[in-house]
Design a protein around this ligand. Sequence first.
Ligand code: NAD
Length: 361
Amino acid sequence: MARKITLIPGDGIGPDVAEAAKRCIEATGVKIEWEELNAGADALEKTGSLLPDAVVESIKKNKVALKGPITTPIGGGFRSVNVALRHALDLYACVRPAKTYPGVKSLYKDIDLVVIRENSEDLYAGIEFEEGKPETRDIINQIKKYTSKDIRQDSGISIKPISKYASERIARFAFEYAVKSGRKKVTAVQKSNIMKFTDGLFLQSARKVAAEYAGKVAFEEALVDNMCMQLVQKPKNYDVLLLPNLYGDILSDLCAGLVGGLGVAPGANIGRDMAVFEAVHGAAPKYKGLNKVNPVAMILSGMLMLRYINETEAASRLENAVKDVIAQGRFVTYDLKPDPKDPSAVGTREMADAIIKKIKK
Ligand code: NAD
């Protein structure tokens, strides 16, 4: 019987890469019945909602979704649909593997690390107070009362909540992930020397969970600023990185850069019993509808999805096909060519065709 999976094409380059991923996944022979629904600007036009209830309900029912990127306008307008979706489904763990594939332009070889980012709290909780509003002034005055610290009256304020509950939950997820995937070390990345009550709590929670895995998975601690430098200098020293939300977002882009860029960086947002798989990259609006961008990040997100639904053999075949096509360097998009202006670069669809050919071989 076919497995039902929600497919959200997204906007910008989303529909191009989602279609490529869908075709590659289908080529593995795994029987999937896609329930296609959209969110974001396209959904707003058609349904009047950026995140229609039907999308959330479909994922709750099917438990698994493959999602293309969705644009978030900067400043006013709507908050990120991506963040809203993660909150609505309590997808608390963001998993972003960063692995070098031979043939991808990168300063490094043989990198294989995974960023595990807490997805529900921190400065991304969406608790913000706008400059000049009465409630903002009230908070500024309360802070003065409790801390004797002055905040300028013309400030905006973003709140950074970090709880013991969510920190232990993500730490346990990271250690369980390490055990299941045969990884050796978890590094908790934070800035506990400065933010003692938030990052400090995150670190204490990680230490507590680490003690339960002593002898099975090694544990180490790193401050986020130092970690950025260490990752650039010695990325091979790291295995699983465990981070709160904001640092996790930033460092996963850094790690994507270590292994050749956003075009090849897949991801997953995982909750207690459901998961949404999506590339690290965004909607790159300037390439919308051009059949130009690299579909690999989205295809590899599909590979992670196949693993999640226990189709491990199909997942390996898909990953190997991607690896072969990249290594051959012939049917690849502009970003994977030594010169991005190389006229022999193929489009999104054509690269997917080459991957499908390999899968079916
Ligand atoms: P982006 O990832 O969309 O694009 C940045 C640049 O990276 C692009 O201009 C392009 O040069 C390159 N790039 C990205 N994906 C590529 C691919 N598949 N192949 C080749 N090159 C690729 O980042 P941005 O410009 O900061 O964000 C654009 C929009 O996407 C914003 O509205 C942002 O909020 C949104 N976004 C959405 C998600 C998501 O849906 N999960 C994630 C990140 C950003």
